[in-house]
Design a protein around this ligand. Structure first.
Ligand code: PHE
Length: 448
């Protein structure tokens, strides 16, 4: 384990770290718009299947690798399977983490703009239409989204290079529960809206006629994205877990809290979507148009709205830090690069690519790759392709290649966990996860 990268995770509470990485824009921004675009209830059911049947076992697999080796992704595979090609997961993870960091920072930048707008009371605009066109005008303009993307990445640089992550972690220990409480308040508020029942029906009543291979691919991508899974982030974090950390329970708690936050966000958004007569399939702008409309109807709008966007920004920050840590750990460990230099390189690349993503709603909206804007392409390739491939390789490695004794010891050690559960996880890793991922790929990508 390198001295350089010990700072962030070593002293973190296990749950706080992993939940801090998992909970972010993926739950509150990405889940509602993906569910909205892909049939609501049907999407949720498939997402839940992937989280609990495929996701939890693969989270356990990353934990087993990380804690057993106490290493970064590349180092971990080098120790476990020297000279073999398994380390390719490390490269997939590196690429995915940079692509995700780039487009994620654009949306995190939107939260910065919305903190500012909340403080100034949205310039006095209160009507739903007014707030919606305000967002459209902002996102399609060039300079402000670009500026906020760079400011957000600058914030990341500041935290990562100074090694003050401990402060962020302490802060998120308070912020995360607060975010949770605030979501519950908003949820109750949304449930009292006139068309709440329609929203709940959309989110919870699956219409299986809407299930297509594309919906399955997107739901699988959402599950991996939301759990920070398949790119080695959890291998890195678990390399700092103590011997007595209960891996299976940690994976279960993390996945459950992550899902709960997404479902709460879904209830809040869809109750409002139907009440305001909006289109659930509005895409990435959905949450940013809906939330201010909800807040403007609550007493103390300025406070609620500011508090919410500050919390969302901090939740995003604890996720982006975990993404950057993958590259920084790799560069410092493998090339002996100083932490500062590695951070500059990581954030520098993200600033370049992030600028393209920020402009892809405006000036560069005509730049398309495979029919998608740069922003959508980065999201699609990383979430729907790279993370599931990474997850598949990790599950095959732990299920088939890693000595069963190591898996049993890591999953069962000191936790009194029953052998049946460990065996079930191994069966999922050997058969269920690789098969499900492969099938969804074959159909979802149109290979079949
Ligand atoms: N899981 C995070 C979220 O939901 C995003 C993330 C993806 C973080 C991959 C780290 C790695 O916001």
């Amino acid at each position: 384990m390198s001295e350089n990268r010990v700072q962030f995770a070593t002293r973190l509470g296990v749950i706080a770290t992993t939940v801090g990485s998992a909970v972010g824009l993926g739950n509150i921004w990405r889940f509602p718009f993906e569910a909205g675009a892909h049939g609501g209830g049907a999407f949720l059911i498939i997402d839940l299947f992937f989280i609990f049947i495929v996701g939890i076992p693969v989270v356990c697999a990353e934990f087993v690798i990380g804690r057993h080796t106490g290493s970064n992704v590349r180092g971990a595979f080098r120790r476990l399977a020297p000279g073999k090609a398994w380390g390719v997961v490390g490269y997939i993870g590196l690429l995915a983490s940079v692509l995700i960091l780039s487009f994620y920072s654009v949306v995190a930048g939107w939260t910065l703009e919305y903190i500012y707008r909340s403080v100034v009371g949205f310039g006095g605009v209160e009507s739903v239409e007014g707030l919606h066109s305000q967002f459209d005008a902002f996102a399609t303009s060039d300079w402000r989204p670009l500026m906020w993307t760079l400011v957000f990445l600058g914030l990341n640089y500041f935290i990562l290079s100074r090694g003050v992550q401990k402060g962020i972690e302490r802060m998120s220990n308070i912020m995360m529960p607060l975010l949770f409480v605030i979501l519950i308040v908003f949820c109750v508020n949304s449930l009292m809206m006139p068309a709440a029942a329609e929203g709940l029906e959309f989110l919870f009543k699956p219409d299986f006629s809407k299930v297509t291979p594309t919906v399955m691919l997107s739901a699988m991508g959402q599950a991996f994205f939301s759990l920070s899974l398949g790119l080695g982030c959890l291998i890195t974090y678990s390399s700092y877990f103590k011997r007595d950390t209960h891996l299976v329970r940690t994976a279960g708690v993390m996945a459950s809290l992550d899902t709960l936050v997404a479902v709460l966000a879904g209830i809040i958004i869809f109750s409002a979507v139907f009440t305001f007569g909006m289109e659930p399939a509005a895409g990435p702008k959905l949450v940013f148009e809906i939330l201010p409309s909800i807040f403007s109807r609550m007493p103390g709008a300025v406070i609620w709205s500011t508090l919410f966007f500050v919390l969302l920004m901090l939740a995003s920050l604890s996720s982006t830090i975990s993404m950057s840590e993958i590259s920084i750990a790799y560069l410092t460990d493998e090339f002996g690069m100083g932490r500062r230099k590695a951070t500059i390189l990581n954030i520098g690349v993200a600033m370049l690519l992030g600028s393209l993503c920020a402009l892809s709603f405006g000036a560069l909206s005509d730049w398309t790759i495979c029919g998608m804007t740069v922003f959508n392409f980065f999201d699609y390739v990383s979430s729907n392709i790279l993370l599931p491939i990474g997850g598949m390789v990790i599950s095959i490695f732990v299920g088939w290649v890693l000595k069963r004794g190591i898996v049993n010891e890591e999953l069962g050690a000191g936790s009194g966990i029953s052998r049946v559960i460990v065996s079930l996880i191994v069966v999922c890793l050997r058969y269920v996860a690789p098969l499900c991922i492969a099938l969804v790929f074959l159909f979802g990508l149109g290979i079949f």
